[in-house]
Ligand binder design. Structure first.
Ligand SMILES: C[S@@+](CC[C@H](N)C(=O)[O-])C[C@H]1O[C@@H](n2cnc3c(N)ncnc32)[C@H](O)[C@@H]1O
Length: 295
């Protein structure tokens, strides 16, 4: 069968796509930091091996149908952030009558979506930055995740999207301790994405900052988008198996059961990083960290 050669425009577009998705643009990729390796080689992790979370199109579409998610409808592919929200709705078992905190929740998009979709009794959104109240029923709190301004055992669920990796100093450890304090027995927290990688590293896109943990590999990456540029960003931390077990698990202090859950969408590992170009490739193979308060 005769095949027609693609025209120049198609070839240029394919070449650009190939470079963009396959070239290790960033120094942390050059340093070999890779999230993809984890699921293939590092599972199971002691104290961290969870059931896969299997999502289907209907989970995604239920979120997209909400007004607060309108900005994602224009994308002709499955958008990673919507998937993350769908995972935490599923794994947190959100249902009417429950009280949720979205920790480091930014503008409170997830908090508003969960409130509407799941008929929750009360939803808080905590962030270090004061952000406007949108009159959507979400109660905004300003503060640090390492000292959550809520009483002991006052929450059924805590979500944390795309923020845990930016927690500086000891805030990652302190947040896990706080989860153990503010969750009710049987309550759950979902941290997603959870960057359980092949290296323990602190990645910065600014120079001249000392390591928070001398055991971590220091990566200065002026090209990396992963650390972010917002207030409380310019920094991102990824964990290897030893750091997960040595740094994070002790913070659970015997109060929390801890598990790591790989995510599948329509039976495939996700998100599709050949389409989610707005995110660095490190986001490939989505995982959720689940902490459940022991009864
Ligand atoms: C990348 S944004 C993600 C926001 C939101 N969760 C989302 O998915 O759109 C990270 C957020 O974490 C917040 N943050 C970082 N460190 C924090 C801390 N120690 N305590 C509270 N919020 C923090 C930042 O202010 C920022 O809003």
């Amino acid at each position: 069968m005769a095949t027609t050669k693609p025209d120049l425009r198609t070839r240029v577009r394919r070449f650009y796509h190939h470079i963009r998705t396959n070239w290790p643009w960033t120094l942390y990729q050059r340093a070999g930091i890779n999230n993809l390796v984890t699921n293939r080689k590092l599972y199971p992790v002691e104290g961290g091996d969870g059931e896969p979370c299997r999502l289907v199109r209907a989970d995604y579409d239920a979120l997209l149908a909400l007004d607060v998610m309108e900005r994602f409808r224009k994308y002709p592919f499955v958008f990673d952030k919507v998937l993350e929200y769908a995972v935490s709705i599923r794994l947190l078992g959100l249902e009417p009558g429950k009280v949720l905190l979205d920790a480091a929740g930014g503008f409170g998009e997830y908090a508003a979506a969960a409130l509407e979709l799941c008929g929750l009794e009360r939803v808080y959104c905590l962030d270090a930055v004061r952000l406007p109240d949108r009159g959507d029923g979400v109660e905004r709190l300003v503060g640090d995740v390492s000292a959550i301004p809520l009483p002991d055992a006052s929450l059924d669920a805590i979500s944390c999207h795309h923020s845990f990796e930016h927690f500086q100093g000891e805030a990652d450890v302190a947040f896990i301790r706080e989860i153990g304090r503010v969750l009710r027995p049987g309550g759950r927290a979902c941290i997603i994405p959870f960057f359980l990688c092949n290296r323990y590293a602190e990645i910065r896109n600014v120079r001249g900052r000392a390591l928070f943990d001398p055991k971590a590999m220091a990566v200065y990456d002026p090209f990396g988008t992963f650390p972010g540029w917002g207030p409380f960003e310019r920094f991102a931390r990824v964990y290897d198996r030893q750091a997960f077990e040595g740094r994070l698990l002790p913070a659970a202090e015997g109060r929390l059961d801890v598990s790591v859950h790989p995510v599948f969408f329509e039976s495939e590992p996700c998100p599709d990083m050949s389409r989610n170009h707005h995110q660095p490739r490190l986001n490939g193979l989505l995982k959720a960290l689940i902490l459940t308060r022991r009864v």
